[in-house]
Design a protein around this ligand. Structure first.
Ligand SMILES: CC(=O)SCCNC(=O)CCNC(=O)[C@H](O)C(C)(C)COP(=O)(O)OP(=O)(O)OC[C@H]1O[C@@H](n2cnc3c(N)ncnc32)[C@H](O)[C@@H]1OP(=O)(O)O
Ligand SMILES: CC(C)C(=O)C(=O)O
Ligand SMILES: [Mg+2]
Length: 519
């Protein structure tokens, strides 16, 4: 008997980006979408097009690029949001608009300030308008976990009649237990049978996102919404890799179901997201944590040596872990091997990007003997941040001593001209950032600073992630910098964030000009 496919709806680029500190630039989002497509995700929620010009741009570019997954944009039940979503995904081969409105008493009364009739009216209008752009419309009863099931049936009837084909029941605040989610999904699936697909979107506030998703599948859900590494608002969303591997590993229980996921792409996808967001999964995280396949104690090691399955329920190779080369390229590697490695790691670069990345790789190979897959990932993701490269670091000199005043002299290239200045600060990093501000004329506010060693050993690369605001009315921007020297990595990260900001600011101006011209 053929198995029923559970659709995997990945929202790493939308709900995942709502994790504090996880914002990504357009180029990074395109790379992630390409990897999600390779992973075999059915639907990629590429963003919330109406949220900002940057989101709109990223969703449109992903829509132009991805061929084998449906591209989706989220939209409130507001015409302007739906129009932005429809326009952003217009070029996609397969496209969906996902519109939502809250249905729980607490959200309707205090947040929306709407009565239930008004909520139904808005939902119907949203779905009807979305159908003017696409055939595939998903409707979400936000906070379904705390909504009245009778009201959800009423609004579901109305939106299905208006043209919605997927009904999503999010446990927005991660409040429900598995048996409760199972009961809700069973009742709604039986009620909508043959009229719509029932989907779930479980948050992890009580650590039950995955358990709730599995119970939903057992009770009739045919789509699950999830994120790589479990990223997402607050405690995050149900983790894609955990749901998929639970279905696969417990095929005795889930024998009637399958997914389109190529599980060998799970580990590479997890690493790509961790590198880009700077958010590492906790070491003991199921499936993709650094310790997920590590056996520490003697009795376990003895058992694994005798027969792996004594302590391993998943084969590392099933999630693509064996494909990680421990030692890869070196200073004698050429462009062909480098390009081949990038393809294996899931990066698709233009010729110009490849040339620039290859130059950086060679510089690195001169200084660092062993280059690992994680070094290459960090190198490429730090390259991607500097999309426009309005400013480029040329040189830097630092002075510090115990009891002295930390100072930095920095040279930056802008429009072909090298500009040098010097400044002092509360520490050397502060001195570097302040000097960069003096040269560029932008006043960055540092919100967060993280430094991580990419691999092990004294010659490990430092990967610095900064979160900076250059205008208090606009969202913070993430920048990554990579170097064997932490100070140099910090300066690169800060300049990367500024370049990202400028490319978005350019877009803002462009959209403003566009709208002025049409008035
Ligand atoms: C559960 C979720 O994850 S929902 C998705 C969350 N994602 C985001 O919020 C994306 C980032 N958000 C943003 O950039 C901004 O919030 C925007 C651009 C969407 C809206 O910004 P603003 O217009 O300034 O509104 P603001 O965020 O202050 O408030 C949200 C408004 O939308 C209303 N709203 C919320 N959800 C919905 C909905 N589904 N349908 C219609 N209206 C809604 C709220 O009631 C509020 O309206 P009010 O201003 O009349 O009180
Ligand atoms: C917009 C919806 C699907 C959501 O993210 C939630 O309710 O958590
Ligand atoms: Mg959510």
């Amino acid at each position: 008997m053929s198995k029923e496919i559970i659709k995997i709806f990945d929202t790493t680029l939308r709900d995942g980006e709502q994790s504090p500190g996880a914002s990504m630039n357009t180029e990074e989002k395109i790379q992630i979408a390409a990897q999600l497509e390779r992973l075999g995700v059915d639907i990629i929620e590429a963003g919330f097009a109406a949220a900002s010009p940057g989101d709109f741009d990223a969703v449109s570019k992903i829509a132009q690029r991805v061929q084998n997954s449906t591209i989706c944009s989220l939209a409130r039940a507001i015409d302007a949001d739906i129009k932005a979503a429809g326009e952003a995904i217009a070029a996609a081969k397969m496209k969906r608009i996902h519109t939502f409105i809250a249905t729980s008493p607490i959200h309707m009364q205090y947040k929306l300030k709407m009565n239930p009739d008004e909520v139904i009216r808005r939902a119907v209008r949203a779905v009807e308008y979305a159908r003017e752009f696409v055939d595939d419309v998903e409707f979400s009863c936000e906070d379904a976990g705390r909504s009245d099931i009778g009201f959800m049936k009423e609004i579901t009837d109305a939106v299905i009649n208006a043209g919605a084909s997927t009904i999503n029941l999010p446990d927005t605040v991660g409040f429900r237990l598995p048996n409760e989610i199972g009961a809700m999904v069973k009742e709604m699936s039986e009620y909508t049978k043959g009229r719509a697909i029932i989907s779930v979107h479980n948050h992890n506030d009580l650590g039950l996102g995955v358990a709730n998703s599995l119970e939903a599948i057992a009770n009739g859900a045919r789509q699950v919404e999830c994120t790589i590494n479990g990223l997402g608002e607050r405690a995050g969303n149900a983790a894609l890799e955990e749901i998929v591997m639970a279905l696969k590993t417990r095929h005795d229980i889930f024998k009637d179901y399958d997914t389109n996921i190529n599980t060998k792409e799970i580990y590479p996808t997890s690493r790509l997201i961790a590198n880009i967001t700077g958010i590492e999964p906790q070491p003991n995280k199921a499936i993709v944590g650094k310790n997920a396949f590590a056996h520490e104690s003697g009795i376990h090691q003895d058992g694994v040596l005798k027969h792996k399955e004594t302590y391993e329920i998943i084969r590392p190779e099933d999630i693509g872990l064996d494909m990680e080369d421990t030692l890869v390229l070196g200073k004698h590697s050429g462009r062909a091997a480098f390009k081949d490695k990038l393809a294996k790691l899931g990066f698709t670069l233009s010729d110009d990007e490849l040339n620039s990345a290859f130059e950086r790789f060679k510089e690195l190979a001169d200084k660092k003997k062993d280059i690992y897959d994680d070094d290459i990932r960090a190198l490429i993701t730090s390259e991607m941040t500097n999309i426009e490269k309005a400013y480029e670091l040329v040189a830097m000199q630092l002075m510090d001593s115990t009891g002295g005043v930390p100072s930095a002299a920095v040279t930056i290239r802008h429009n072909g001209e090298d500009i040098t200045d010097a400044g002092i600060g509360d520490g050397t990093i502060d001195a570097v950032f302040k000097t960069i501000d003096r040269i560029t004329g932008y006043q960055g506010q540092l919100i967060d600073y993280k430094v991580k060693s990419v691999t092990q050993g004294k010659d490990a690369l430092a990967n610095v992630t900064v979160k900076v605001t250059f205008n208090e009315n606009e969202p913070a921007i993430i920048g990554h910098g990579l170097s064997l020297d932490t100070m140099l990595a910090s300066a690169r990260a800060y300049i990367g964030a500024l370049n990202s900001y400028l490319s978005m600011e350019g877009m803002l101006k462009l959209r403003h000009t566009d709208s002025t011209e049409t008035i």
